[in-house]
Design a protein. Structure first.
Length: 541
């Protein structure tokens, strides 16, 4: 047996655009050939993209898939392993992988373990496969698995019992904090346990609220990492198998990425892909002088460029001069289009119109919300006129407890920080400032007490616990699914815990009306945490 090379196509498909995806796959295969690769492996469902949801039910999907096969069959002199939707004559549909060379199909594998938890809904669309695919090439024995299959010890064991030497794993594994490292560690241990080489190729790119990090890798049968592709980058990476040493050659290790850097890169990629693939010419957001909008602006600029970003400061009576100065300064530092729109006349007009109805009732959150809704209306007006997507700027802490205004600061088509707790927002802002010689976010935006500035001398902590306490309680309740009693037992005040849980539960109706945003946690709102809006569950149950 001689040495051979495998190319890992860390691929960012455009969901549903089979023609464009196939053309890109052809280009990547030709690029791999230039690097003398003998085999190239693409991610799960690479011809269609993942998750395609009910596009999988379209009656003309099979016709488009057949066309993709015809295009891929024109590639010569390299084995291609790619994901596709396999529809059989008897009406069955499978999440499948094909192995082809010089236009000849060497084998088809149907995914055996269909995930149906968290963000996954595969049993709605696919049937389970029941057979392995093993093929020999260049004197080496390969097996093929798809994503969830590799997490089933039984499934992988069966391949090892068939004397497979290298397992090719096609994946569309969504990102969450810490997951890239978990994959490498867990599969390294599995490779060593079963004496198998594992080639793990993952999709990359943003898709609606999901982020695919790529982070593809190769691990030898001794558990040693031979190749690790960078996260959040689309490219082709080549690894070489040394026949004499009977293992893949070890590549230079890529530098470890800190958690906040990883999160920031994920949010930038998700924002870029959502804006560009949705066809928007740019984005617009309200820049308040606070930290949430400041971080959102930085992410937007890093995602699509300053020339495509517009920021609007909309001050009212309670807006501090500091906020106006900081918003203006950040916009200047980042080079975005910026304007100030005073909202006094509009809010006052609302108040005059509503006075016959309100009468002399005391002012409350209603008047505060009118300010937020005025700002939301202005942003949507500018969006309609110029076509830019409105980015909403609320964070997960606020959205969890309803500290946000429907049709006000919640307006927009993409909520960049929707799954980012406030304590993490501060850390991401500090991290972003380390990336440039002059910090793009003014220092006092980070250090001053957070405030919605909707009434005199207001701070967020007038209504909420300190954010370190709030976020810890929210994490326990949302991510860890702990009961009220369990959270109190951790040492938090019973009254505070009860209030936070009550706020989370009663604000489901608000969250349902908010924009989608990129998922970075194991328990994001919408896809994973789906609670009925109307229900009789109480906080002390």
């Amino acid at each position: 047996m001689k040495n051979f090379k495998i190319a890992l196509a860390q691929f960012s498909p455009h969901i549903g655009n089979v023609d464009a995806n196939t053309q890109k796959m052809v280009e990547q295969a030709n690029l791999a050939k230039q690097q003398q690769a003998d085999l190239i492996i693409f991610p799960e469902l690479s011809t269609l993209g993942y998750p395609a949801e009910d596009l999988l039910l379209r009656p003309n999907l099979q016709k488009r898939t057949q066309k993709a096969f015809a295009q891929l069959s024109e590639v010569k002199d390299i084995v291609m392993v790619f994901g596709f939707v396999h529809q059989t004559e008897d009406g069955h549909r499978y999440n499948s992988a094909a192995v082809i060379k010089d236009g000849q199909v060497l084998g088809v594998y149907n995914k055996q373990n269909l995930p149906n938890y968290g963000v996954f809904d595969e049993k709605r669309y696919f049937q389970d496969g029941h057979q392995h695919l093993v093929f020999e090439y260049l004197g080496h024995k390969f097996g093929v698995l798809i994503c969830e299959d590799v997490w089933s010890l039984n499934t992988v064991k069966q391949l090892s019992q068939l004397n497979v030497e290298t397992v090719l794993v096609l994946n569309a594994s969504p990102y969450e904090v810490g997951k890239p490292q978990h994959r490498i560690q867990t599969l390294g241990e599995l490779a060593k346990q079963l004496s198998l080489n594992i080639v793990y190729v993952n999709q990359v790119g943003g898709q609606d609220d999901l982020i695919f990090d790529g982070s593809s890798f190769v691990t030898n049968k001794n558990g040693q990492l031979a190749l690790q592709a960078p996260s959040f980058q689309e490219s082709v990476y080549v690894t070489e198998y040394d026949a004499e040493q009977k293992q893949f050659k070890t590549a230079d290790a890529i530098p470890a990425v800190e958690t906040f850097a990883e999160i920031y890169q994920a949010l930038v990629m998700a924002t870029r892909d959502y804006v560009q693939r949705s066809g928007f010419p740019g984005v617009i957001l309200g820049l308040s002088g606070g930290i949430d909008s400041a971080l959102t602006l930085a992410i937007a600029v890093d995602a699509i460029g300053a020339e495509k970003v517009q920021a609007v400061m909309m001050p009212y009576t309670y807006t501090s001069q500091m906020s106006v100065e900081d918003a203006t300064e950040q916009a200047r530092r980042m080079g975005v289009t910026f304007g100030i729109a005073e909202i006094h006349p509009i809010v006052n007009s609302f108040m005059q119109t509503l006075f016959p109805f309100f009468g002399n009732t005391p002012a409350d959150a209603t008047e505060e919300n009118l300010q937020a809704r005025t700002r939301g209306t202005l942003l949507m007006g500018l969006s309609n006129k110029f076509g830019n997507l409105v980015l909403s700027t609320g964070n997960k802490s606020e959205i969890s407890v309803g500290y946000c205004t429907l049709y006000g600061d919640m307006v927009g088509g993409f909520s960049v920080l929707k799954d980012v707790y406030k304590t993490i927002v501060f850390e991401l802002a500090k991290y972003r400032n380390t990336l440039s010689e002059i910090p793009v976010i003014p220092e006092r935006v980070i250090t001053r007490p957070p405030s919605a500035e909707l009434r005199p001398d207001q701070t967020d902590q007038d209504s909420l616990p300190a954010y370190d306490i709030l976020d810890a309680i929210l994490y326990a309740y949302i991510e860890e699914d702990l009961s009220q009693a369990d959270i109190i037992a951790k040492g938090y005040e019973a009254e505070v815990v009860e209030k936070v849980i009550r706020l989370v539960d009663r604000n489901e109706y608000k969250r349902r009306q908010g924009a989608i945003g990129p998922r970075i946690s194991s328990r994001a709102f919408s896809r994973e945490r789906r609670y009925p809006i109307v229900n009789g569950w109480t906080a002390n149950d």
